[in-house]
Design a protein around this ligand. Structure first.
Ligand code: ATP
Length: 238
């Protein structure tokens, strides 16, 4: 498989404080890759570094072979990196459909927007039912669906998802993860998934990295990670 994203020796800083200490991480074309780790391990910071927001970095980053470590957030978005941040980042005062249309703004072919809107409504019929409602009136699960669809409206090659299960009931999490698997298959979008729920993440992902204290301490196929002692003890409750 080809590498879509490649980070080498990635370090990240908030002011003078180093939070990532030299991470090597790849995402292959077409795969779902999970980033696991405890609170404070540096998962959110890794996603911020990759989409060039809120954190200063050192080290090299490339997307499909093109260096992106000096690009701005908007430039990497135009190159095909979509980000669903923790807290979701939807505009609560706008309607569902307005939020989705805003997702199109980094696209060159705006004409394709209408078709993609219908495609998103196909994946998430509840959003279609609520398309004229303000995003702020949606349930937590529906807001997560909206945030994911809004990022997909930009037609990203790589989707960075920060804890899509956070604060949601297990049933709705299952539903969302099922749709993510479908989107990954059908939309040729690769996914880098940050998730505290390792069991769930390893079901969706083909590969995973385990972060501790801003370092990668284990990585491998999901099957290998399920067998890894550190992962089993700390994250799978074995
Ligand atoms: P969580 O699941 O709790 O979000 P995480 O693995 O995503 O954990 P990060 O949010 O990346 O971890 O945080 C890594 C470290 O960076 C933590 O020690 C955190 O306190 C620190 N940190 C995060 N954001 C900032 C910030 N804006 N300014 C200063 N320090 C920060």
């Amino acid at each position: 498989m080809d590498k879509l994203l490649e980070a080498k020796g990635l370090r990240a800083f908030y002011g003078p404080v180093a939070v990532l200490h030299g991470i090597d991480l790849d995402v292959e074309q077409g795969e779902v890759c999970a980033l696991l780790g405890a609170n404070g391990a540096g998962k959110t910071t890794t996603l911020r570094a990759l989409c060039r927001t809120k954190v200063r970095t050192e080290g090299s980053l490339s997307l499909a072979g093109e260096a992106i470590e000096r690009k701005t957030t908007e430039q990497v978005a135009r190159l095909g990196v979509g980000h669903v941040p923790d807290g979701r980042g939807t505009f609560l005062g706008l309607t569902v459909e307005e939020n989705l249309r805003l997702g199109c703004y980094t696209r060159a072919d705006r004409a394709g927007c209408g078709g993609d809107l219908e495609r998103m409504y196909g994946y998430f019929p509840r959003l279609k039912e609520r398309r004229r409602q303000q995003a702020g009136t949606l349930s937590g699960g529906e807001q997560q669906m909206l945030a994911i669809s809004r990022a997909l409206m930009a037609r990203p090659r790589l989707l960075l998802l920060d804890e899509p299960s956070f604060g949601l009931a297990p049933l709705i999490v299952r539903e969302i993860f099922g749709i993510l698997a479908k989107i990954n298959r059908e939309q040729s979008v690769s996914i880098l998934l940050v998730e505290q729920n390792a069991r769930l993440a390893l079901e969706l992902a083909q590969r995973a990295y385990l972060l501790e204290g801003g370092r990668v301490v284990a990585h491998g196929s999901s099957e290998q990670m399920r067998q890894d002692d550190a992962v089993r003890r700390a994250y799978l409750g074995d």
